[in-house]
Design a protein around this ligand. Structure first.
Ligand SMILES: Cc1cc2nc3c(=O)[nH]c(=O)nc-3n(C[C@H](O)[C@H](O)[C@H](O)COP(=O)(O)O)c2cc1C
Length: 320
């Protein structure tokens, strides 16, 4: 039996390509392992370290309509089992991404997913419009963890109505699928997930970083210049697995799991909880080959468990 590979070449059943090929929101992915926003630059930054063709997808650093310089240092500190960052969404801007990065990036056989943010709904739309001019983009990932400056500065991600409003507006402006990235810093992630699904999101990715803080006991000053920052890495994995599990019970659209994924076993945990794909973030900083090892490990798992395709495992957590 054969199946259609993303590049339309026939592939044999039970080959690693057939075992890992997946579709999310109408986009064909060679495999379900992507790199997470902010941990691989614009993708090309990793090209000297790994074969980008082996990644299912690349989520770029968050892009805004205009370039941003980010926060003052220190912007990153290590913590037990993770790290805190307050980069401040430094980026080259959507226009420069399209003209300077995309032409080279789209030569690779991977899916390109710009991560997009703004501080008002209008800013999201402005960034999306610039990216719509870029050929070879497969989907957008919306970072909705930013404060909405027009609504008292509360994060879009914290309020079902705000989250839905930005999703709906972006869906109207975008011709490509929209993946909405959830924040764990909310009371009821299922309620936000449902609101975003109802507003037209094609998929959800979860989770973004968890707000944290670290203090130098000698100076008694916060270690980050921004005072608080986003916690990532293995320390947040159980929170992320719980969020995926709860979202999977709340919505029907596909989920992409993120948070402390560093090994095949981590990725499998998210898939069993309900994720159709996963993103590798903080692990890229100490092992840029982590995602590729997970691709091999998932194919191996499928072979050992006689799975024709990894999708058979999605959401199969046993509760009784
Ligand atoms: C240094 C750094 C920068 C990040 N920048 C972004 C960003 O621009 N947009 C975004 O949506 N998430 C960003 N994230 C969050 C990651 O994409 C990911 O959701 C989070 O780190 C959890 O995954 P991990 O534990 O595997 O790192 C960033 C994370 C780190 C560590």
């Amino acid at each position: 039996m054969t199946d259609a590979a993303p590049n339309n070449q026939p592939i044999a059943a039970h080959s690693p390509a057939a075992q890992l090929a997946i579709e999310i929101a109408g986009v064909q992915f060679n495999n379900p392992v992507w790199t997470a926003s902010g941990t691989c630059g614009y993708g090309l930054d990793m090209a000297g370290l790994i074969d980008l063709n082996r990644l299912g997808g690349i989520c770029t650093k968050g892009l805004s309509a205009k370039p941003m310089r980010g926060n003052a240092p220190w912007r990153i500190v290590e913590t037990h089992g993770g790290m805190l960052n307050a980069i401040g969404l430094q980026n080259i801007g959507a226009r420069a991404f399209v003209s300077e990065k995309l032409p080279e990036l789209r030569n690779y056989d991977t899916r390109i997913i710009p991560n997009v943010f703004g501080y008002t709904i209008e800013e999201y739309i402005e960034a999306i419009k610039l990216l719509e001019d870029g050929p070879g983009i497969h989907a957008y990932e919306l970072n909705i963890s930013c404060p909405n400056v027009k609504a008292g500065g509360e994060s879009f991600a914290n309020d079902p109505r705000q989250a839905a409003a930005v999703t709906e507006a972006v869906k109207k402006a975008a011709t490509r699928p929209v993946i909405v990235k959830m924040s764990p810093n909310v009371t009821d992630i299922a309620a936000i997930a449902r609101a975003v699904e109802a507003a037209g999101a094609d998929a959800l990715s979860l989770i973004n970083t968890a707000v944290g803080m670290s203090i130098d006991i000698h100076t008694r000053r916060p270690r980050l210049a921004n005072v608080t920052g986003g916690l990532s890495g293995p320390a947040i994995k159980p929170i992320a697995v719980r969020c995926v599990f709860q979202a999977a019970r709340a919505v029907r659209i596909p989920l992409i799991g993120i948070g402390g994924i560093a090994t095949t076993e981590d990725a499998l945990e998210f898939i069993i909880a309900g994720a159709s794909a996963v993103q590798v973030g903080t692990a890229n900083f100490y092992d840029p080959t982590a995602a590729m090892k997970i691709v091999d490990g998932l194919a191996d798992y499928c072979t050992r468990h006689n799975l024709e395709n990894i999708r058979a495992l999605v959401g199969t957590v046993v509760l009784n």
